[in-house]
Design a protein around this ligand. Structure first.
Ligand SMILES: [Zn+2]
Length: 94
């Protein structure tokens, strides 16, 4: 499961997977816009950590859900809110 994103310059959609190669410089594959100019060498690793941990969280939640079913209900907002809170809100389509 990848994570779609939008370039802040050309607005085209890309996938976080497309930014994992440090040699690519963490740039927009379409217009070349540098997403993290001062951190181009470390940002791809951070992106990889996001993809790995996101997948691991979704997998673990699914596993627990299948084990416990309705007998245990995690507080949905407590799971989702800390993630939502660190993301800027998506710009509305013009
Ligand atoms: Zn772009």
């Amino acid at each position: 499961m990848s994570i779609p994103a939008h370039c802040g310059s050309c607005r085209r959609e890309l996938l976080l997977d497309q930014l994992l190669q440090p040699s690519d410089g963490f740039r927009c594959p379409f217009c070349g816009f540098a997403f993290a100019p001062s951190y181009a060498t470390v940002a791809p690793g951070v992106a990889a950590r996001i993809l790995d941990s996101h997948a691991a969280l979704v997998r673990a939640l699914g596993e627990l859900q299948s084990m416990a079913g309705g007998r245990l209900q995690l507080d949905r907002s407590a799971v989702v809110a800390p993630v939502a809170d660190v993301l800027p809100t998506e710009p509305q389509p013009a």
